[in-house]
Design a protein around this ligand. Sequence first.
Ligand SMILES: *[C@@H]1O[C@H](CO)[C@@H](O)[C@H](O)[C@H]1NC(C)=O
Ligand SMILES: *[C@@H]1O[C@H](CO)[C@@H](O)[C@H](O)[C@H]1NC(C)=O
Length: 305
Amino acid sequence: MDPPPAAIRWRTTAVPFLVAVLVLTTISPSRAIYCDEDDCYDLLGVSQSANASEIKKAYYKLSLKHHPDKNPDPESRKLFVKIANAYEILKDEATREQYDYAIAHPEEVFYNTARYYKAYYGHKTDTRAVLVGLLLILSGFQYLNQSSRYKQAVAMVKKTPAYKNKLRALELERSGGITNKKRIPKNMDKKMEEDLSKELDLQITGTERPSVWKLVGVRFVLLPYTLGKLLLWSGCWFWRYRVKKYPYSWEDASYLTQRSLGIPHDRWATIDEATKEDLVLRRLWEKSNMERYVTEMRKESKRRR
Ligand SMILES: *[C@@H]1O[C@H](CO)[C@@H](O)[C@H](O)[C@H]1NC(C)=O
Ligand SMILES: *[C@@H]1O[C@H](CO)[C@@H](O)[C@H](O)[C@H]1NC(C)=O
């Protein structure tokens, strides 16, 4: 399989990356969250090694100079607010330390942002709001990542001969065999598009369609529901199969088979019905059956060689 052409690679990886950088620099730039684009120390005119009393002195001097009562100039008023903010950050030993850390480690954006929110808004606004903000940012990244990976996988599958053949076969089927075999149709109707997208999903393994249900934020919100469902499900399972000793339903037997073979759910869906049925009927969740199956498979592969 060839890698996707440079144009696709650029669109699928660089664009989400640039968007991410933009989002980061506007929502949560690690050190800019403290004194916007300024350096807190520069605002107060002190060095980073200044001690607490020097900072205090510098602040009083500047705040007197730029106080709105003394200095009606709007620029000066803005500066006054900035200076007060910078002092607010530097006078507290803990937040000053965090700010220094953010200067020294600009790459640890998430960590710095989380610390900042915790220190500044943690006590003022609801911690829950902060959590929601962080979850939203994380979910946004996750969605971008998911969809770019999916697009990449689709681009790869569309280049495989198997997919191209299927496309031709579908077109032939639709037109009753009149089409030129070599031509790949440009305009497709709805039904065919649907078939094709199903076909694509079958061939893409390991990468799923982007889905909001998978995002950390959504999962977190649904956690109580998910846990409740899981609890109910385990309770039912226990009651039915342990207490009442009913035979496994087909669905549950399929589940046990997938689990004992270690096949993820999306892979299982791509296996043909006859194979699935054969596997389920073998009752592989019982140890002796599994051992027999493994031995059989070994023999089979030796025979093929
Ligand atoms: C802070 O630094 C100034 C000047 O370097 C010095 O005079 C002062 O004693 C220091 N204060 C403290 C509390 O260390
Ligand atoms: C998406 O996340 C995975 C790790 O979960 C990473 O390996 C991959 O490079 C990311 N892709 C993009 C386009 O950011």
